[in-house]
Design a protein around this ligand. Structure first.
Ligand code: HEC
Length: 114
């Protein structure tokens, strides 16, 4: 591999944590007040890839429970965050995240929450 190609690869790898950091800032300002251990919303550790509405320690709305046979794939997280009440009519979470890039960054950050 040429030195230049290596430098480009290193730069693109270095860009990945930057995306997660962006997502972290967005999460801290738009999500954490309800999802950072408050009783308002369920904890989101491990939510990416998990079953929808599956935490035993949270009392989900019937609207979100109706989706409980699904999984929080990237596509489902994106659809929910774009238009929660369209994805799960009757959900108690009503905030929507725009634009597309912000949802992408937040979903990237959710995957780092274990
Ligand atoms: C005003 C409080 C509030 C804010 C702000 C909020 N949420 Fe929620 N969230 C909720 C509630 C309440 C639920 C449960 C909804 C239900 O039961 O219908 C929920 C559910 C979820 C779920 C489904 C969890 C599961 O266990 O299935 C995800 C994912 C989620 N929120 C992500 C986010 C993200 C990402 C943000 C920031 C962009 C955010 N939420 C902002 C209150 C909030």
């Amino acid at each position: 591999m040429s030195r230049i190609a290596f430098a480009a690869l290193a730069a693109s790898l270095a860009a990945t944590p930057a995306l997660a950091a962006d997502g972290e800032t967005l999460f801290n300002t738009q999500c954490k007040m309800c999802h950072g251990g408050s009783v308002m919303g369920p904890k989101l550790e491990g939510v990416a890839g998990a079953k929808i509405a599956a935490r035993p320690d949270f009392n989900y709305s019937p609207g979100l429970k109706a989706k409980a046979d699904g999984t929080w794939t990237d596509a489902n997280l994106d659809a929910f965050l774009k238009a929660p009440t369209t994805f799960a009519p009757g959900t108690r979470m009503m905030i929507s995240v725009q634009p597309d890039d912000n949802r992408k960054a937040i979903i990237g950050y959710l995957k780092t929450l274990k």
